[in-house]
Design a binder for this molecule. Sequence first.
Ligand SMILES: NC(=O)c1ccc[n+]([C@@H]2O[C@H](COP(=O)([O-])OP(=O)(O)OC[C@H]3O[C@@H](n4cnc5c(N)ncnc54)[C@H](OP(=O)(O)O)[C@@H]3O)[C@@H](O)[C@H]2O)c1
Length: 289
Amino acid sequence: MTKISIVGLGLMGTALAETLIKAGHEVTVWNRTDRKAEPLVALGATRAADVAEAVRPGSLVIVCVLDYATVHDVLRQASLEGTTVVNLTSGRPAEARRTAEWVRERGGEYLDGGVMAVPQMIGGPGALILYSGSQEVFDRHRAELGALAEARYVGADAGLAPLLDMAMLTGMYGQIAGATQAMALVRSAGLPVSDFTTTLLLPWLRAMGELLPGWAAEIDDRRWETDMSNLGVNDAVLEGIAVAMREQGVETNLLTPLQQIVAKRIADGHAGHGLQSLIEEVHPDLHRS
Ligand SMILES: NC(=O)c1ccc[n+]([C@@H]2O[C@H](COP(=O)([O-])OP(=O)(O)OC[C@H]3O[C@@H](n4cnc5c(N)ncnc54)[C@H](OP(=O)(O)O)[C@@H]3O)[C@@H](O)[C@H]2O)c1
């Protein structure tokens, strides 16, 4: 079994360490606040006295701390020569690229990871971790990484895992925004939202979600026509919803940005295009071409 060091024992780092110990790996742990290592030592982990003791040549070092600035602060305390760093700290693509370069300059190999799970899901079904950076590291440590979550390698550019992580979160926030606005309207009629959510909203969102791959293909091909519903129709629907919300005493602040962008596309002469064409407003390169 591989010797693995876990640097950072917050909620996520602890879950990662626990899972790897239970999978039979020899795990060394380090955390700024030392006492967080105790339950893991009780499970069989070795506690490193300092970062340099955890980050040794030949070791697989999984780092999971607050942010990338902390990653640098912590790893600076050790030599990275001959080490393999897998960074599961959340951050931006540019930070991941800089960190990959920084680790390589210090003689280490680097793989970045975006954790698509909460700590309770680590080691269980449904957890996904996206990886980018050194494919050699990913292939070599596939078994250990696979013990944590479904491990998916997305490319050599270290920034790709955080970029896709952020893209997935963005989709989730959009769904939360729409659902919150919808629930506010339901509450305005004095109804509880639980029943509405399970019996109406969720099946509807699932059905609508099935349309996304078709839209995505149209975006990839830059096809803005539609045989479903054009921006003119959607503008009227959105205006109707906005007026109804106000009549019910509900703010429209989570919906207004979408309504404004649809109105702008129409003003620019694109009333006949489909909703997939809104991407032209948010991605300047597509807009120019
Ligand atoms: N929790 C989740 O559901 C989840 C999901 C996906 C991704 N993530 C990502 O995983 C990372 C860790 O999250 P978490 O939930 O484990 O957070 P957390 O429980 O708040 O733990 C933060 C960790 O960072 C360490 N840390 C903070 N500042 C430090 C410093 N200046 N020097 C050294 N260590 C420092 C903390 O050490 P101390 O114990 O000494 O404070 C602790 O080990 C974050 O990037 C987060 O975005 C978390």
